[in-house]
Design a binder for this molecule. Structure first.
Ligand code: FAD
Ligand code: NAD
Length: 467
């Protein structure tokens, strides 16, 4: 039996970052991963491969639709999906190899196999090579999540697929039906729409990206329709998806109780993800889960066993890589006796469509619900010189500030490079900046970031300079 200070189960962004921080703090650390490729969902079948395909498809789309206007003439532009998938695989491999290097550099022992508790003090690692038992003072569960599905739908992994298969698709669908108007549906829908697929999104609720500020849902829906020809079926409850010869037929019920049928060659089921705790032996460790299968943790991220912690997608909160990472560092520092802190309100959310969508803090709907008095400032990219130069004039930045104190309470944007722009808003809010503070800070010209300053000036005293 090998003994460690800390054993981490799962090598996603939660697990591997936590292992590194534990090692930095002087602990003897092991990490257990069931797949040979380290990095979890994020590096292998999530954030990284989806962004690789989003980038490739965006280059193609721009070449077809925008290059001529920029004065670049190219003949016979064709998408080569096989090469796009190959490049994506290469990107994944480089990232995963990078994690393996980091484990080595930080002297973290990697065990390949399925980790499962045999008791609260021991984990068994099972692989084709046999089993091995590890004991530790502390354990960190970071086993992540898997795609959810719906009753009436069987994922065949060929035509009725989840994001995992969509990221390996070597054919461009003629008609891709996406079930779920959330992040995965819209990102992967964008990839294929840019490559020429017709994309229809069937969403149960009355708006897409339903957890984000309503203004973003509305504008993103309008832009995906206008720019990529997306069709939306909102307030439709999917009843079934059935294969019939080469087609898949999706039946959904609209708000009037009528059934509609959509026929496509591929159906992407993107209705959320569920925590993954199969084969983990939680019962043997005496660890409790909630009604949604998530491991229950307290404010220190301790499970019902105080020496066993859980982080990332397998616990409550948004299923985001950077949230998992923050929790990974947090737990390592708690174990080391430090007093770390995570402000969950300031975990930004991004949708990598084009334009990108990004958000941090309270939405306008939440401020209304909680009767917090607020004022709104907004700046459209059509008034930005930088956006005109790059032909990216769609979208806006919306700033919500406290009515009396002027403190920034929420920032919501649909913007070119919103994923990067939102970082300034996070910093501002972390330091409790007011809209006036940002309005008085010099921003480089010409940049997209000036739009944040302008939206803040609008929120502060309704005095944007360029609009
Ligand atoms: P995971 O990354 O899921 O890692 C868990 C690991 O544990 C896996 O490697 C798994 O094999 C392993 N494991 C599970 N059980 C065991 C066991 N018993 N023994 C050993 N190993 C085990 N988030 C973002 O922030 N930005 C994005 O752009 C983004 N894009 C995404 C795109 C897609 C298509 C998907 C599906 C997700 C995306 N996400 C994104 C979400 C992000 O991937 C997750 O939030 C993140 O990976 C969660 O990290 P984690 O460490 O909790 O778990
Ligand atoms: P999601 O929760 O973002 O969206 C699921 C959508 O499906 C929701 O809009 C929901 O209303 C809808 N839905 C649920 N049941 C339905 C039904 N029966 N019929 C029609 N629609 C239905 O989930 P996702 O898109 O599957 O993504 C899973 C997780 O992965 C998310 O939590 C997300 O945070 C993470 N992710 C993040 C990124 C990113 O940060 N850019 C990218 C991809 C995935």
């Amino acid at each position: 039996m090998e003994q460690f200070d800390v054993v981490v189960i799962g090598s996603g962004p939660g697990g591997y970052i936590s292992a590194i921080r534990c090692a930095q703090l002087g602990f003897k650390v092991a990490i257990v991963e069931k797949y040979l490729s380290l990095g979890g969902t994020c590096l292998n079948v999530g954030c990284i491969p989806s962004k690789a395909l989003l980038d490739s498809s965006e280059h193609y789309f721009n070449a077809v639709h925008h290059f001529e206007q920029h004065g670049i003439k190219i003949k016979d532009i064709k998408p080569d999906i096989k090469q796009m998938i190959n490049r994506k695989r290469q990107v994944v491999k480089e990232n995963s190899d990078g994690v393996a290097y980091l484990m080595k550099k930080n002297k973290i022992t990697v065990f390949n196999g399925i980790g499962s508790f045999v008791s609260p003090q021991q984990v068994k690692v099972s692989s084709e090579k046999g089993t091995q038992e590890l004991s530790a003072k502390y354990f960190i569960i970071a086993t992540g999540s898997k795609p959810s599905t719906l009753p009436g739908i069987e994922i065949d992994k060929k035509q009725i697929i989840t994001s995992t298969e969509a990221l390996e698709l070597e054919t461009i669908p003629k008609h891709l039906i996406v079930i779920g108007g959330g992040v995965i549906g819209l990102e992967l829908g964008s990839v294929f729409a840019r490559l020429g697929s017709k994309v229809s999104v069937v969403e149960y609720l009355d708006r897409i990206i339903p957890t984000m500020d309503g203004a973003l849902s509305k504008e993103l829906q309008r832009l995906l329709k206008k720019n990529l020809g997306f069709e939306f079926y909102l307030q439709h409850k999917v009843l079934s998806a059935v294969k019939k010869s080469k087609e898949v037929i999706v039946t959904a019920q609209n708000k009037n109780g009528e059934n509609i049928e959509l026929k496509g060659d591929y159906v992407l089921v993107a209705v959320g993800r569920r925590p993954y705790t199969e084969n983990l032996g939680l019962e043997k460790a005496g660890i409790n889960t909630d009604e949604r299968g998530r491991i229950i943790v307290n404010d220190h991220l301790q499970t019902s066993q105080p020496h066993i912690y859980a982080i990332g997608d397998v616990i409550r909160g948004p299923m985001l890589a950077h949230k998992a990472e923050e929790e990974g560092v947090f737990v390592a520092e708690v174990i080391a006796g430090q007093k770390p802190h995570i402000n969950y309100l300031l975990i930004p959310g991004v949708v990598y469509t084009w334009p990108e969508v990004a958000s941090v803090g309270y939405t306008e709907e939440q401020l209304k619900e909680q009767s917090i008095p607020y004022k709104v400032g907004q700046f459209p990219f059509k008034a930005s010189g930088r956006a005109k130069a790059s032909m990216d004039t769609d979208g806006f930045i919306k700033v919500l500030a406290h009515q009396t104190t002027d403190e920034i309470l929420g920032v919501h944007m649909i913007a070119p490079r919103a994923a990067d722009l939102i970082a300034e808003a996070v910093v501002a809010m972390e330091y409790k900046a007011t809209a006036e503070d940002i309005g008085r800070i010099c921003h480089p010209h010409p940049t997209f970031s000036e739009a944040f300053k302008e939206a803040c000036l609008d929120a502060f005293e309704k005095r944007p300079l360029n609009f």
